[in-house]
Design a protein around this ligand. Structure first.
Ligand code: SAM
Length: 204
């Protein structure tokens, strides 16, 4: 998967490729879909939610430019797979999930691999998580109509945010760089994510 679907499609960061090699994706996917764990597709994880396509996980991780000293926030824990990959690349990760049963799934999956630098919080991630802010990096793994204002405020100076922004069905991958209190925005092509539902996201 890493060689044929990720490196071959242009992901170059060796730390990201190494982390993708190390985390067994099949452990994050319930049967019978775990059989397809190493195909380059999103897959169902229950409660109408999905684990993202491996290439997109690798791309968003690379765009975040994670450093070993970073304090990072993920919004949309899902299966915990993206969090597991990031856990190998940063100092501390907080991941928020709105659905209690899905937050439990992420916790179980991360615990089963002995990952100890990730905290899974159940709640509305559109509010961010001020208790652990400011964040050097923020990754939103559900589709938002706009980057939620509280989340931008919790991004540290020189921080990077990566998120799918646009419509409920199709979005652009957006990268925000915060500098001098302002945010510079870059676009990285079309993606499809499940909706970010919450106070500063879509209605349920
Ligand atoms: N990162 C996940 C993984 O590695 O499996 C995939 C995330 S899945 C595409 C999107 C997740 O975002 C779903 O589990 C969904 O319940 C969650 N979500 C949607 N709105 C949310 C919100 N306001 N706060 C936190 N999580 C939210």
């Amino acid at each position: 998967m890493v060689e044929r679907q990720i490196a071959a499609r242009g992901i170059r960061d060796k730390r990201v490729l190494g982390a993708m090699l190390e985390i067994p994706r099949h452990l994050f996917i319930p049967p019978p879909y775990d059989r397809s764990a190493y195909d380059d597709n999103p897959l169902p994880i229950g409660n109408g939610q999905t684990i993202s396509q491996p290439y997109i996980v690798a791309l968003m991780t690379e765009l975040l430019r994670p450093k070993a000293t970073d304090n990072v926030l993920e919004i949309g824990a899902g299966s915990g797979y993206q969090a597991a990959v990031l856990s190998l690349l940063v100092r501390k990760l907080t991941t928020i999930e709105r659905i209690a049963a899905v937050a439990d799934l992420a916790r179980r999956n991360l615990n089963s691999l002995g990952i100890s630098n990730v905290t899974v919080i159940e709640g509305d991630g559109t509010l961010g998580y001020p208790a652990h802010a400011p964040y050097d990096g923020i990754i939103i793994t559900a589709a938002a109509p706009a980057v939620p204002r509280p989340v931008i405020e919790q991004l540290a100076e020189e921080g990077i945010l990566v998120a799918p922004i646009g419509g409920r069905d199709i979005q652009d991958l957006v990268i925000l760089h915060k500098k001098g209190g302002n945010c510079r925005q870059e676009y990285y092509g079309g993606v499809r994510f499940v909706p970010l539902i919450g106070r500063y996201g879509w209605e349920n």
